[in-house]
Design a protein around this ligand. Structure first.
Ligand SMILES: [Zn+2]
Ligand SMILES: [Zn+2]
Length: 261
């Protein structure tokens, strides 16, 4: 019998990612299946079905995540889970093309039997689970959901703050400022755009947040939408990825159309 998409995704996480323990896997799958469709509905894909209804890499590469708010722990956790979900769904899509599920299932049953027999023993042999020992100098990623979010975001709020400080909450394309336009409710609100999107970086990509080409920049919601909408696809590391417009490109478009004589 062909396993369900849910089971396949689980098998993928179990067999290819030692970063997760059981709890981490459960949390990721739950989030991806329940929250991602909702996230997509409200972010430009109102017709999106269940999580497995679109298994095209190009679709997932085009999903924009960098406008998500990250000022509270809760928001950061949500944004992190969205990005993790996308990352692992993309991994799964590639995996799914060649995976031998029959063998994977057989292996899984074997593992479980082994585990069960080890548990029966009295010795401290109970330490046989899928996790691997921590590598020297590597962030600990077991239970990835909480642990990685720490390592991943540790520098992010700081980077964000630097960009906000430099730009003074003003859109760097149209110079709109939310507090001028909306008063109190717009105070200290602006979107921070990553000129070189996070999803196009390797895991350990280092960048200067104030780099005018690859760093962060403050944009109002309109300009932020447009800088992505005007982007294009490029092959990066063998994957088709969405590359937004550069800041200069959007500034030129905007200035050209809004010239004051
Ligand atoms: Zn703007
Ligand atoms: Zn953006």
């Amino acid at each position: 019998m062909e396993p369900s998409s849910h089971d396949k995704f689980l098998l993928y996480l179990e067999t290819t990612s030692y970063k997760f323990n059981e709890e981490g896997r459960k949390k990721l799958i739950e989030f991806a299946e329940k929250q991602m469709p909702a996230f997509l509905h409200s972010n430009g894909y109102p017709d999106f079905g269940d999580l497995y209804s679109n298994l095209e890499l190009s679709f997932w590469n085009g999903v924009v995540t960098d406008g998500l708010p990250t000022s509270t722990d809760e928001e950061r956790e949500y944004a992190h889970m969205v990005m993790e979900s996308i990352k692992y769904i993309k991994g799964f899509i590639k995996f799914d093309k060649t995976a031998n599920y029959k063998k994977l299932l057989a292996d899984k049953i074997k593992r479980e039997k082994q585990k069960a027999s080890l548990k029966g023993q009295s010795a401290p042999a109970a330490h046989v689970d899928n996790s691997q020992p921590e590598e020297e100098g590597q962030p600990r990623k077991e239970g990835a959901v909480t642990q990685v979010s720490v390592t991943h975001y540790e520098r992010n709020p700081e980077d964000r703050r630097k960009a906000l400080e430099r730009d003074g909450y003003e859109c760097q394309v149209c110079h709109m400022n939310f507090v001028d336009t909306y008063g109190e409710i717009g105070k200290e609100y602006i979107e921070v755009h990553h000129l070189y999107p996070v999803c196009n970086m390797g895991e350990n990509y280092q960048f200067d947040p104030l780099d005018p080409e690859k760093g962060l920049v403050c944009l109002c919601s309109n300009c932020h939408s447009m800088i992505h909408r005007g982007g294009h696809y490029e092959m990066i590391d063998g994957e088709r990825k969405m590359v937004p417009m550069t800041l200069k490109e959007l500034q030129d478009v905007y200035n050209e159309r809004n010239k004051t004589e």
